[in-house]
Design a binder for this molecule. Structure first.
Ligand SMILES: C[S@@+](CC[C@H](N)C(=O)[O-])C[C@H]1O[C@@H](n2cnc3c(N)ncnc32)[C@H](O)[C@@H]1O
Length: 403
């Protein structure tokens, strides 16, 4: 029997001390000097959960080793949590959910490099991810809606004795997170801060009686469309003000276009507005986020547009053939994870340049202070400002005939 308790920190061994975190890379996600593949919140989650993980290796728990050994890792960025647990508890039933395809690819790569590819299985958010799970390691999301959606699912499906270790950087944590977790767990405690990080430990899942609220669904009277959103989706089921400004230009967008892309689709609001306004178009809504893609599919369905909108999860259209679209719409991200970084937008400009057919148009909206015009001109093609209000600029960039 392991000498750790299910809730203490006196673990037999600390995975933090047993794993070489510096071997991890972010690739194929953007890599730069100020961007890291792991941080102190990963190592703190691992050390706080060490005793509970130690208790999972067999006879400490009832229900057999397999059931007793089920661990779910949620929100792991590049594999720090998953691969430390996989190397620490070789035979555990380790289930992993990551929202971002770039993070999922980085985890797969890091796992292959470290010989740990067989040590976990990827499962989408839902019952299979949490059924019978005793320990959840969770990189706290930034949005309370995502926190609420995942907490609801853990409480709904996990083992009644589940212990959840949800950690993050203190600067990104708010007391509202405790309140959200308390909706789904009877006992939520904040641990001590270490290296600017903190872990919230939750026990006593409160089984929800009704159906999940997600994806949430709201009718936009302004657009005459239903918008649907899972918790992790940008702007939820509401119309972002930059997006609203971009949609004011729909009529002027490449009139003869047949194949359009809603790049970084979030809820799929742009795809739905475009498909509704332009019956001759088919639209691919694509995003790196699994939650966004599921939301865009739900939005298309809710508006009777599923036959003309296809939702695809991909990192910056990596799997799209070159020259395959004649119109791309983009409200670019300005974060890479929690870090404000222009690399996220520039990567999408380069992707648009590759996927646009000659003469194709990229329509972009951005905050005035970002002034992306020169970058768009250099990376995509001739770029002109189509509109500018107090906050936002809308540009069109035309892909040159010579590429
Ligand atoms: C500002 S939001 C816009 C969302 C939606 N189009 C709207 O207008 O409400 C930017 C979106 O880009 C997505 N994104 C960021 N980097 C991406 C990448 N490398 N590949 C695909 N999507 C990406 C984000 O997940 C996010 O949904």
């Amino acid at each position: 029997m392991a000498d750790g308790t299910a809730d203490g920190t006196a673990g037999r061994a600390d995975p933090d001390a047993l794993f070489n975190f510096s071997a991890l890379r972010r690739f194929p996600d953007v890599e730069a000097e100020n961007l890291f593949a792991f941080d102190a919140s990963d190592t703190l989650i691992l050390s706080e959960s060490a005793a509970a993980l130690n208790g999972l290796d067999g006879d400490a728990l009832d229900g057999g080793a397999l059931d007793g050994g089920a661990v779910a890792v949620v929100g792991d960025r590049y594999g720090a949590l998953t691969l430390a647990v996989a190397s620490f508890l070789g035979s555990v039933d380790l289930r992993v959910q990551q929202d971002l395809v770039s993070g999922a690819r980085a985890l797969d790569r890091n796992a292959a490099e470290l010989g740990l590819s067989g040590g976990f299985r990827r499962v989408p958010l839902g019952e299979e991810l949490f059924a019978g799970v005793r320990v959840v390691l969770w990189q706290l999301p930034r949005s309370l809606a995502e926190l609420a959606e995942v907490a609801d699912q853990i409480a709904r499906y996990a083992h009644p004795g589940v212990v959840v270790f949800a950690g993050g950087r203190i600067k990104h944590m708010t007391v509202a997170m405790n309140a959200v977790l308390q909706e789904s767990f009877a006992d939520v405690r904040a641990g001590l801060g270490r290296q600017k990080s903190r872990v919230l430990t939750a026990r006593g899942p409160i089984r929800p009686s009704g159906e999940s609220l997600y994806p949430v669904r709201e009718f936009s009277h302004e657009l005459g469309l239903w918008l649907c959103a899972h918790g992790a989706t940008f702007a939820g089921a509401r119309l972002d003000i930059g997006t609203r400004y971009l949609l004011g230009f729909l009529d002027g967008m490449k009139p003869d276009a047949r194949q359009a892309v809603d790049l970084g689709c979030g809820s799929g609001v742009v795809a739905a507005a475009l498909a509704a306004a332009r019956p001759a178009l088919t639209v691919t809504a694509t995003d790196q986020s699994a939650a966004a893609v599921a939301s865009a599919a739900a939005t298309a369905h809710a508006n009777g547009l599923a036959g003309r909108i296809t939702a695809v999860q991909d990192d910056a259209m990596a799997g799209f053939p070159g020259g395959s679209a004649d119109l791309i719409l983009l409200n670019p991200p300005f974060h890479l994870g929690a870090t404000v970084h222009t690399g996220a937008a520039l990567k999408l400009f380069d992707a648009a340049a590759r996927v646009l057919a000659p003469g194709g148009e990229l329509w972009t909206v951005y905050n005035n202070h970002l002034d992306y015009r020169a970058q768009l001109q250099q990376r995509v093609g001739r770029t002109s400002v189509q509109g500018r209000n107090a906050k936002f600029t809308v540009t069109v960039s035309v892909r040159g005939r010579t590429g």
